[in-house]
Design a protein around this ligand. Structure first.
Ligand SMILES: C[S@@+](CC[C@H](N)C(=O)[O-])C[C@H]1O[C@@H](n2cnc3c(N)ncnc32)[C@H](O)[C@@H]1O
Length: 277
């Protein structure tokens, strides 16, 4: 494949989407009129490791009742609804993709969490919020899409109150990931910049953060991603009905390449938590 995919198209053609989630709910006998947030948890978490990964991130961030949380690159808002329900914090999710924001808003309306959870369309490198609006900024499996990591981290710092925490999980790679493989990730996953832990240390320090913890998730992800590949294969019928056979086949072969890179250990993952000075 020579044409590179842009990040909005990548998520507009993603196997996990609003109609797929609602279809799963209905085929499991749930009525859309009486859905709860918990009813959706099996399907609405678009990151690696499901609810356990959200719990681990929330714990390392010290999210508590009443915390003001921003979920950067929130997708369909699964983690936002989960945290609002389990911790009783308020969460605002931001995403570049209007279809994702509309989907997140609709799912949140259906489970009646609109008072605590809201969403808006924005580029996280240019956030429309005032300085110091949030106690916590979080993100899962999204920063890989953002080339301008300097502006992203500067914006995270700006919208956090001093002493607020930023925590995220992200793809990690050093020079072991070669240029051809980086290009393939950029072209097929819109993964425009994959940085190393050492680069993150510099980027975070330059943006005014002090790192609190760095947890290598690579071993966990190896197992999780093989299972996730199986999950995407099992969504063939829904993906083909919505986007066609070619998109399904392309998605699966790209995901196989992703799993191969993780298995070969030239790509990994980490959870990083930092405090805004
Ligand atoms: C893997 S999804 C994350 C979903 C969500 N974190 C979850 O766990 O369910 C990545 C999201 O990042 C969003 N995204 C990518 N670049 C962005 C940017 N510059 N600003 C805002 N959102 C962005 C995409 O539109 C996509 O919805």
């Amino acid at each position: 494949m020579n044409d590179s995919i842009d990040v909005v198209t990548f998520y507009d053609e993603h196997p996990i989407n609003l109609s797929e989630i609602l279809g799963k709910a209905e085929s499991n006998g749930l009525s859309l009129d009486s859905l709860t947030a918990a009813d959706l948890w099996e399907w609405d978490q678009d990151h690696y490791g499901g609810l356990e990964a959200v719990d681990a991130l929330a714990e390392s961030l010290g999210i508590k009742k009443g915390s003001r949380v921003i979920d950067l690159c929130c997708g369909l808002g699964g983690p936002a609804r989960y945290l609002a329900t389990t911790i009783d914090c308020s969460v605002h999710g931001v995403d570049l993709n209007q279809t994702r924001v509309d989907g997140a808003t609709e799912l949140t309306r259906l489970v009646k969490l609109n008072d605590q959870v809201s969403f808006s369309e924005a580029n996280v490198c240019e956030l429309p919020m005032a300085d110091g609006t949030f106690d916590i900024a979080m993100s899962q499996e999204a920063f890989l899409h953002i080339e301008d990591r300097e502006s992203l981290l500067a914006e995270c710092h700006r919208v956090l109150c001093r002493g607020g925490r930023l925590g995220f999980t992200d793809w990690i790679a050093d020079e072991a990931l070669n240029a051809a493989h980086r290009k393939r990730f950029s072209d097929t996953f819109a993964a425009s910049r994959i940085v190393s832990v050492a680069e993150y240390k510099t980027l975070l320090s330059d943006a005014g953060f002090r790192i609190e913890s760095i947890t290598d998730l690579s071993d966990q992800w190896r197992t999780i991603l093989v299972e996730r590949l199986g999950m995407f294969r099992s969504l063939e019928k829904e993906t083909v009905a919505k986007f066609g056979q070619e998109r399904h086949n392309t998605y699966i072969s790209n995901y196989e390449f992703f799993v191969e890179r993780i298995t070969e250990t030239d790509l990994g993952g980490a959870r990083i938590v930092a405090i805004a000075l």
